[in-house]
Design a protein around this ligand. Structure first.
Ligand SMILES: [Zn+2]
Length: 104
């Protein structure tokens, strides 16, 4: 379910819109914006799949790309989660490698 804060806004008049190719308030052509939103959505789906596959580096990259295309609050949550998991994994690896590097 899409929350109202997640609905995109017309870049001209800031009216929220859903599934219309022209702004219901000012009539601006929203198709280029809708294309970006759809691409960002696809990137977030791929990021979710990467998270489920424990590929945090890929998830983080895809979530960042999605946010750069079209930023949303939930997209930011996904970006933060994937970057946190990526850092956590790299710290875990550093810890493991650090233990191996120590003399017995
Ligand atoms: Zn508008």
């Amino acid at each position: 379910m899409i929350e109202s804060r997640e609905l995109p806004k017309c870049p001209v008049c800031q009216a929220r819109f859903r599934e219309s190719s022209n702004c219901p308030r000012c009539g601006a052509d929203l198709r280029p914006l809708m294309t970006l939103i759809a691409r960002a959505y696809g990137l977030r789906l791929d990021a979710n799949r990467a998270l489920q596959a424990n590929d945090f580096e890929r998830a983080c990259k895809l979530a960042c790309q999605a946010q750069a295309l079209c930023s949303t609050p939930k997209g930011e949550d996904l970006r933060l989660l994937s970057s946190w998991l990526l850092v956590d994994k790299s710290l875990e690896l550093q810890h493991l490698l650090g233990d191996e590097a120590k003399p017995a």
